[in-house]
Design a binder for this molecule. Structure first.
Ligand SMILES: [Zn+2]
Length: 392
């Protein structure tokens, strides 16, 4: 049992002063003085924020490891790194690659699903590509981009490990894949796409309900051709991912997205790669060399290659960009993803009976502690802030 006191515990009903866990669940939340429980481990939050721990549904890697490494060690390493940045659960995200490489990565995640030692919980895979538009590939390797083919993807779906897919909906073959995914309850997200506004809306009829890194690698907003961005901004059926690193999207465009969608229409993601948390220099993404300089990861031609972002830094950036409160921004970091993933009855908000997925932040929004289903997976006082904040 953990008793968090002297905190601003952010709940949908307003802020509370203390929160008590019992095993893997939240037991009680309250105002005023906490109960006197001799058995509970008391945590003094020093007036900081207690939020539902972050859920990152779009993250390729971190701390030198990548989903495509397809080893249990890589996933463990990632999970520990994410925990230090407030994340209690994540989707290991793949990149466009050969069928063999993707099958390996998917099977590896299937074998490692669930709680990682001293790390965040692995919820499944976000399959980003290979069924995208090569003309909007971003940093996805062009040579492996292809149309969806059931001869390939039926086997992947049978593994029952994919929770989200990023697809370009402007191809009929891909729309068949989207329908197959939607039928299985997989979150279908449109991205790396040249879809027009009209095609993006048609995608909703094929099961799309999310937009992958909104603004990036898609048709932009023109007032006579509103593009995929126009559909993202105006269609309530689409929830919008956002990379809030101040590099992928201008602060004003982030603020615009929040105004158009509201706090329940946006999901903060990192899209981080293995270089996140590492010293600058050369790295790798999808078999391509990546160069990391001045907090920016790019391919040789200057294309942004994922990010070095962490979820806590995204919260700090979004607060600065939008002037919204931490309370108002909280749903972007947990609740909206939980709802999309069908886990809204267990995760995403602070409420008695919900999973004890918690992040304690100081008033500057630096992570002090992370719990995943009641397990202590990060404690700054134990591990030192220097490392946790190295990429903040
Ligand atoms: Zn992408």
């Amino acid at each position: 049992m953990y008793l968090f006191e002297n905190v601003r515990a952010v709940t949908p009903e307003g802020n509370a002063d203390w929160l008590l866990t019992d095993g893997a669940r939240i037991a009680q939340i309250g105002l005023g003085s906490p109960p006197d429980l001799p058995d509970a481990r008391r945590i003094d939050g020093a007036g900081g924020y207690l939020l539902p721990a972050f859920i990152d549904v779009h993250v390729h890697g971190g701390d030198g490891a990548d989903t495509m490494d397809a080893t249990p060690e890589a996933l463990r390493r990632m999970a520990r790194f994410f925990a230090a940045h407030g994340v209690a659960s994540f989707l290991a995200t793949t990149i466009t690659a050969s069928g063999e490489a993707l099958s390996r990565a998917l099977r590896n995640v299937a074998e490692c699903l669930g709680a990682q030692p001293d790390g965040a919980t692995l919820l499944g895979v976000h399959l980003e590509g290979p069924y995208i538009n090569a003309k909007a590939r971003g940093a996805q390797p062009a040579d492996a981009v292809r149309l969806a083919d059931p001869a390939e993807y039926d086997e992947w779906l049978a593994l029952d490990v994919i929770r989200q897919v990023t697809v370009a909906p402007e191809f009929a073959e891909n729309r068949a894949f989207m329908r197959a995914c939607a039928q299985r309850g997989i979150v279908v997200s449109i991205g790396h796409t040249q879809a027009s506004y009209e095609q993006a809306l048609e995608a909703v009829q094929c099961g799309a309900r999310q937009v992958t890194h909104t603004y990036n690698a898609m048709t932009g907003l023109h007032h006579r051709a509103p593009g995929a961005v126009g559909a993202a901004l105006t269609c309530d059926a689409l929830i919008c991912e956002l990379i809030a690193d101040n590099l992928h999207v201008h602060a004003a465009a982030m603020a615009l997205l929040l105004r158009a969608k509201g706090a329940h229409g946006v999901i903060a993601i990192t899209d981080a790669i293995r270089a996140a948390g590492m010293s600058e220099g050369e790295s790798e993404l999808g078999g391509q060399p990546v160069y990391v300089r001045d907090g920016k990861a790019t391919l040789a031609d200057g294309t942004l290659a994922g990010s070095l972002l962490t979820m806590d830094a995204a919260l700090r950036n979004l607060r600065a960009a939008t002037a919204l409160s931490v309370e108002a921004l909280a749903p972007l970091f947990s609740q909206n993803a939980a709802r999309q993933l069908g886990m809204a009855q267990r995760k995403g908000i602070l409420r008695a009976g919900y999973d004890a997925d918690l992040v304690l932040l100081d008033s500057n929004l630096h992570v002090q502690m992370t719990l995943a289903e009641g397990r202590l997976i990060y404690h700054a006082a134990h591990e030192g802030l220097a490392r946790a904040d190295s990429v903040g």
